[in-house]
Ligand binder design. Sequence first.
Ligand code: CO
Length: 215
Amino acid sequence: MDSYKKLLLANQAWVQDKLNVHPDYFTRQASHQKPEFMWIGCSDSRVPAEDITGAEPGELFVHRNIANMVIHTDLNMLSVLQYAVEVLKVRHVIICGHYDCGGIKNAMTRKDFGLINKWLRHIKDVYRMHRRELDCIPDQQARLDRLVELNIAEQVTNLAQTSIVQKAWKAEQRPVIHGWIYDLRTGYIKETASLGPDSRLDDIYMFDLDDHNFG
Ligand code: CO
């Protein structure tokens, strides 16, 4: 059997499981979504958002990319964020990174990946901002782990710096932004950073929302 066919067979079994418990499961799913959480995660196949959090369909509004980055010119990420915050009105935005992230690991090298260089460049910037700390860690694995942690903190801050989040903080006192790290070696998630409506940002990134109507 072609390997992909097992996915389609598994889908049929999954439909039956759901219908056995709730005969109207899919009718209810199709009517609307009201997720409480937005999830920004890595594309890595070992970090499936719903599986590792026990979430059901309808609970997470998901965006994934290489190394769970929040890049201010990424219209894809920004569109997902704006829809989640302004239309779905999520209460929490979770950025979940993970140890042994290939994106982070490769950004620490001088390898040429072509187009991907432009994505990894943003991780190299995080390395440069924290070079003094990172270069003092002699063990390569420990240095990689630390860059994963520093990257999550930077992406939490990047989210808070968007006008989308700042407008929602001012008008509706939400969402809370959480930085999480999933440990592939144990399966556990830990929270390493968070920012909320009362957090202060570096002044240069704060928008004067009284005077301008930013998109
Ligand atoms: Co990754």
